[in-house]
Ligand binder design. Structure first.
Ligand SMILES: *Cc1c(COP(=O)(O)O)cnc(C)c1O
Length: 398
């Protein structure tokens, strides 16, 4: 048996590799520079061009760009009219923002459990958690895989709920041939550097509904309306008049961020293809490793994967998840865990949420780690990650 690096053996890789990394090229730098020397570096033409491009990519009628994915979710809550006393159903296996957005507007997040095979929110569990206070569902396309849209849509329609898709992981993903962004009532994206395309920080909301679009726009821009035909105060006194009609925020993205994202979106098809290639290699490599369970995909989802998660089959191993994680780190493969169930955090525990709420999510959490997945990885990088995972798994095999 090969000696693990953590016990003094030679690491599989010389240089540390992390679970995710942006790919910013010369073309991106040029695009940003051009936008920075324009007349308007915010509220300018590049933001408008970006929103048009986002409509093309997602197939949605409208897009609003914002300063990050969390702001996108907050705007969606405001546009949906969610507030005090309302309940919003989401998954615990996500970044905290998917639930926090409900708290921002005074509503209560309710956690539905996930499917043990796909790790996505389980439509039956959504239905089981609906009460007369439920107003919306925030369904997360976890790791980039589309949720079961048809079933979730049917449940939302039957109960009169607004369907918000948190597609922070899922730009480029399609469900039954339709791109994410045009399926839910509103879809939220994040363009943080670990996500598939980046603007540094950034986000967007897409929708097909003109009224939601108007509300999203206002929520992200101080609640201000510029269209005189929509003024509550009637005929304006002059061309300088705009109206603040609701309490909004300044969640704007700048034009130079929009330029970076526009340039990145040109490369999305290539990024998606490379991510798929790496996912296929991993799936193939781990098929014959019984200590590792690989996330399953539904055939309806044509996935641009953001994360590749391995789940340890702990009763086949002599180590803990922590020992496996540390051993991989010593081999210079730096994993991360996505995610600690949201209601495990002190903020939620203090508000009465208890461990045991979502048994499937909790069991998945105990065994998972995300291994490196990003388009800039070389084939040698991919092979070394596979070799490291196999080395550690065989060392700790029962
Ligand atoms: C990254 C992420 C967000 C938040 O996006 P930011 O741009 O970091 O604010 C929301 N939901 C999920 C699932 C995410 O992964």
């Amino acid at each position: 048996m090969e000696k693990l690096a953590i016990f003094g053996g030679t690491p599989v890789r010389e240089k540390k590799i992390f679970y995710g990394r942006q790919w910013v090229g010369e073309d991106d730098v040029k695009a940003v520079t051009a936008a920075l020397t324009g007349d308007l570096i915010t509220c300018g033409p590049t933001v408008l061009a970006l929103e048009k491009k986002l409509c093309e990519v997602t197939g949605a009628k409208y897009a609003v760009s914002v300063c990050n994915g969390t702001a996108a979710l907050h705007c969606a809550m405001i546009a949906a009219g969610i507030g005090e006393g309302d309940e919003v159903i989401t998954t615990p296996l996500t970044f905290a923002a998917s639930a926090n957005c409900a708290v921002y507007v005074g509503a209560t997040p309710v956690f539905a459990d996930v499917d043990p095979n796909t790790y996505n929110i389980d439509p039956d569990s959504i239905e089981a958690h609906i009460t007369e206070r439920t107003k919306a569902v925030v369904a997360v396309d976890f790791t980039g895989q589309a949720v079961e849209h048809d079933r979730i849509r049917e449940i939302c329609s039957r109960h009169g709920l607004i369907l918000i898709i948190d597609a922070a992981h899922a730009i480029g993903t399609k469900y039954k041939g339709k791109p994410e962004g045009s399926i839910g009532d509103m879809t939220c994206f994040s363009f943080h550097p670990v996500k598939t395309v980046t603007s540094g920080e950034g986000g967007a909301i897409t929708t097909n509904d003109p009224e939601l679009y108007r509300k999203l726009h206002m929520a992200s821009q101080h609640g201000i309306e510029h269209d005189a035909s929509k003024f509550v105060g009637g005929e304006p006194e002059g061309p300088w008049v705009y109206e603040m009609q609701s309490l909004g925020f300044n969640y704007r993205m700048t034009d130079f961020q929009a330029a970076l994202l526009l340039s990145q979106l040109e490369k999305l098809p290539g990024f998606s293809a490379r991510r798929k290639e790496i996912v296929d290699k991993y799936n193939e490599a781990f098929r014959d490793v019984p200590e590792i369970f690989v996330q399953k995909e539904i055939p309806e989802s044509e996935t641009t994967r953001h994360l590749y998660i391995i789940q340890l089959v702990l009763d086949r191993l002599t180590c803990t998840r922590r020992e496996f994680f540390d051993a991989l780190s010593a081999e210079n493969v730096q994993c991360q865990v996505h995610y600690v169930p949201v209601y495990y955090f002190p903020f939620y525990k203090e508000r009465g949420y208890k461990e045991g709420l979502c048994p499937n999510a909790e069991k998945i959490y105990r065994g998972i780690m995300s291994i490196p997945l990003y388009p800039l990885m070389t084939d040698e990088d991919v092979d070394s990650v596979i070799a490291a995972v196999k080395k550690v798994a065989s060392y700790y095999r029962k």
